[in-house]
Write a protein that binds this ligand. Structure first.
Ligand SMILES: [Zn+2]
Length: 175
């Protein structure tokens, strides 16, 4: 597990959200990715306005194949939408939910966005940068370390990926 963030470098704790509820929204985004032939990975950014109810301010799904863009990862697209919503590149007072542990690029974008909290579904032993291969989000030499919680609806998130790749292998074997 990633080391806990240094409280001195993070904003005060936000009200705790229902992580499974919002991860299900990220899973819905992942299913959209699958519908256009992309690896099913989805993300949402959830913010709670003062005195209000939590709501999604950014959505993203893997669109690497759809847009032929190597950077069109779910987290990048969700963070862009959230930043546009807030009118600032800083995505404060929000939580990023993503179905798969972020890669090095997305973990870098997470640090740059200053988002205080990341919740992911399943780990990515081949490319994860929140503790699996690298630990960008806990790197003490960087100036922002978000809180990171993994393993929320991990089986559901992993099943999406497993069935996607199994179907693809099956299709290839059938040709
Ligand atoms: Zn990524």
């Amino acid at each position: 597990m990633p080391a806990p963030a240094d409280p001195a470098t993070t904003v005060p704790a936000l009200p705790e959200l229902d992580h499974e509820r919002w991860m299900r929204e990220a899973i819905a985004e992942a299913r959209v990715a699958e519908s256009h032939g992309d690896v099913p990975i989805g993300a949402v950014v959830v913010a709670t306005p003062p005195g209000g109810e939590p709501a999604i301010i950014g959505r993203g799904r893997n669109e690497r194949e759809l847009t032929e863009d190597p950077t069109a990862h779910a987290e990048i697209l969700a963070l862009r939408e959230a930043a546009a919503h807030g009118g600032s590149w800083r995505v404060l007072d929000a939580v990023l939910y993503v179905t798969l542990e972020p890669c090095a690029m997305c973990a870098g974008a997470i640090v740059l966005s200053r988002i205080p909290h990341v919740v992911y579904g399943c780990t990515d032993p081949k490319a994860g940068a929140c503790g699996s291969v690298l630990d960008v989000t806990a790197e003490p030499r960087l100036n922002h370390r978000p809180r990171v919680d993994g393993g929320v609806l991990a089986d559901a998130c992993a099943d999406l990926l497993r069935s996607f790749f199994a179907a693809r292998r099956g299709a290839r074997a059938g040709t």
